[in-house]
Design a protein around this ligand. Structure first.
Ligand SMILES: Nc1ncnc2c1ncn2[C@@H]1O[C@H](COP(=O)(O)OP(=O)(O)O)[C@@H](O)[C@H]1O
Ligand SMILES: CC(=O)N[C@@H](CCC(=O)OP(=O)(O)O)C(=O)O
Length: 264
């Protein structure tokens, strides 16, 4: 069975067309690919934090997470957003089962090495049996990125990091669905999309700040995945018609991330 982990970014979640979910379901029904959705929800967390007058800050695209923020992050991701994605799949006539990374200790986590981030976690183990059990019942798994420590502590995990961890554990292809056509670079005031980008180029683009904010964890998670033998990683536009189907069919869409650029 070939798994594809589809990371749906909060940047697009509220506006993804029904056709996107129909494409996910069509992949599932054809049987060649088993889709697994991992979602984010950053903008919705921002909205709720703002309504509650709770300040929030990011370091290299990761949200500094104290106890109060953690409560709201979990509420939004494992509550509203997870169930919204499940409902969207049902509306598109598919079948989905939503879980958080806490359920069945799906995403076992430890705190990140940067202590200033608070309760931000990194995944140390994925309980793939939970995913396999959902798949064997005919559902599309929908996973929210909250991790759990062996002591029962919850962690806020960036959605891209969680998606890469799941893909690594399953040896799955990984696809980031976001609100941009791919990685953009600017030359002579003109923005253009990179079709393919290597690890070395990504590092250069972070260094010169062409890649910033939420794109940083995305490309880092992509590289980490490739180093750990994920076969294919790409960033594609969720609003572009057929983007997911084109991606799995190997069409030239979005930005593919590779460890080394092949020399022609
Ligand atoms: N070089 C880049 N090319 C494209 N987008 C970039 C780049 N650098 C930073 N970004 C930003 O990254 C965003 C996508 O990351 P993020 O907002 O975290 O999305 P998501 O919620 O889909 O994970 C884009 O909307 C854009 O603002
Ligand atoms: C640690 C960390 O930054 N967690 C993210 C989790 C949600 C997420 O990743 O949402 P997107 O995919 O929309 O960016 C956050 O708190 O916003």
């Amino acid at each position: 069975m070939k798994y594809i982990v589809i990371k749906c970014g909060g940047s697009v979640l509220e506006n993804l067309p029904k056709t996107f979910y129909e494409d996910v379901i069509s992949l599932h029904q054809k049987g060649e690919w088993t889709p697994i959705i991992v979602h984010g929800g950053g903008p919705l967390i921002n909205k709720l934090l703002k309504n509650l007058n709770v300040e929030t800050t990011f370091v290299n695209g990761l949200r500094v997470t104290n106890h109060e923020v953690l409560n709201i992050v979990e509420m939004v991701l494992s509550g509203s957003v997870n169930k919204q994605v499940v409902r969207n799949i049902i509306e598109a006539e598919g079948s989905a089962l939503g879980v958080s990374g806490v359920d069945g200790s799906l995403l076992k986590a430890i705190p990140t090495s940067d202590e200033s981030l608070g309760f931000v976690g990194e995944v140390v183990e994925v309980n793939t049996a939970v995913i396999e059990s959902i798949v064997s019942q005919g559902h599309i798994p929908v996973i929210s990125p909250i991790g759990i420590g062996t002591d029962g502590q919850r962690y806020n995990i960036n959605g891209d990091v969680a998606a890469s961890a799941v893909a690594k554990a399953l040896g799955a292809n990984l696809c980031f669905i976001s609100d941009i056509p791919g990685i953009l670079v600017e030359t002579d005031g003109q923005k253009s999309k990179l079709d393919k980008v290597s690890k070395a180029k990504v590092e250069e683009l972070i260094e010169n700040k062409t890649i910033y904010g939420g794109m940083i964890p995305k490309v880092k998670a992509a590289i980490d995945g490739l180093v750990h033998k994920i076969p294919m990683v790409g960033i594609i536009d969720g609003f572009e018609k057929n983007s997911l189907i084109d991606y799995v069919n190997g069409e030239n869409i979005g930005t593919k991330i590779v460890l080394k650029e092949e020399i022609a």
